[in-house]
Design a protein around this ligand. Structure first.
Ligand code: PLP
Length: 346
């Protein structure tokens, strides 16, 4: 049996059955599509998965004709050697996390492992899911959208905008707490927000005020709340050489200056459809991660004074998870230690 230290009780804010809560209020989404018609910008649900063969599947498991077909694909081929490797890597990562927790006098069950699956194929996600991992993160919308759709089909779950009245988890047996929970951790542009909200349960990279009304409106439109972490910059003031490193790597680390955090948090808190969960950060490229994570912890403590529900500290990657755990991280975003080195890191 697989031990699942990283699986927390599913929080209401990321659940899919919450649409009658603060979500259904008296404001009808006027432009929401009729339940049986796909939203115009939603990928057509009946598009065949690239690897879907077999129209000659045996009849018994075919759904009754009067039900919307869940359109299950044929079972996916999972490479046994890859599964062995991932099993081993996952065990190693869990052992590291448990060790770091023990060293810090913390309960490993209070730590959530997020598998950062960017650049890795959907099959890897399915295998990690089989091994008990429930949280996954992506950082590019173009890559994530199709991947999440495929993973959802392969696992047999449902995703995207729940049609009214079908979110009971009964039709496919897959809207329960075993569904993957998807986190967006990349730089978010406003014009990509709509696509991201088709699949993301969390956006961890909110680092500016202008994103808030956009995310709020889209979360209300889809009828499912969005969990938010505010991304905090851990660069020290005057760390201007960071820009050079960043442009070489092709991406900024991003994040709001801690001084602006409180105002941003207030905005998120007031925005309908958004659930403020905490902070996220990436250690600076230069210097030791531990003092940076210590600063993050202070920032998070201060935030909690005014926002007691903002308990998440998302910090720690493959190379620095021990430091993050030592400084109070609750959510660890692990990519290469789970999946292997990425070819040509984006
Ligand atoms: C890629 C990525 C990670 C995971 O990094 P690894 O070093 O591969 O573990 C974590 N957080 C963010 C924001 C990322 O983009």
């Amino acid at each position: 049996m697989i031990h699942r230290p990283e699986m927390p009780a599913r929080h209401g804010a990321s659940g899919s059955g919450e649409s009658d809560g603060p979500f259904d209020p008296d404001r009808p989404a006027p432009d929401r599509p009729a339940p049986d018609r796909p939203a115009p910008d939603r990928p057509a649900p009946d598009r065949p998965a690239p690897d879907r063969p077999a129209p000659d599947r045996p009849a018994p498991d075919r759904p009754a004709p009067d039900r919307p077909a869940p359109d299950r694909p044929a079972p996916i081929e999972l490479d046994p050697a890859r599964l062995d490797r991932l099993t081993q890597r996952l065990a190693e990562v869990r052992a590291r996390i448990a060790g770091a927790a023990r060293a810090a006098g913390r309960d490993p069950d209070h730590l959530t492992l997020i598998a950062v699956s960017k650049t890795y194929p959907p099959q890897d996600v399915v295998m990690m899911h089989t091994l008990g991992v429930r949280h996954f993160a992506e950082n590019r919308e173009q890559e994530a959208g199709p991947k999440v759709s495929l993973v959802t089909r392969l696992i047999g779950g449902e995703r995207s905008v729940p049609a009214k009245g079908t979110g009971d988890g009964l039709s496919s047996g897959a809207t329960g707490s075993d569904d993957p929970i998807w986190h967006f951790v990349g730089q978010l542009q406003r014009n990509k927000a709509r696509s991201v909200l088709r699949w993301a349960d969390w956006v961890q990279s909110v680092d500016r005020v202008s994103l808030v009304p956009v995310l709020s409106r889209l979360a209300m439109e889809r009828g499912r709340p969005l969990s938010i972490c505010l991304q905090v910059s851990l660069d020290l003031p005057g760390a201007s050489d960071g820009k050079i490193g960043a442009s070489i790597a092709g991406s900024r680390r991003g994040g709001i200056d801690p001084a602006g955090l409180s105002a941003l948090a207030d905005l998120v808190e007031e925005a309908p459809g958004l659930a403020l969960r905490g902070v996220m950060a990436v250690a600076p490229r230069r210097g030791q991660p531990r003092p940076a994570f210590a600063r993050l912890r202070e920032v998070a403590e201060r935030l909690k004074v005014g926002h007691p529900q903002a308990t998440v500290i998302s910090a720690g990657m493959s190379g620095d998870l021990e430091d993050a755990v030592a400084e109070g991280a609750t959510h660890l975003r692990i990519g290469t230690a789970l999946f292997g080195e990425r070819p040509g890191v984006p």
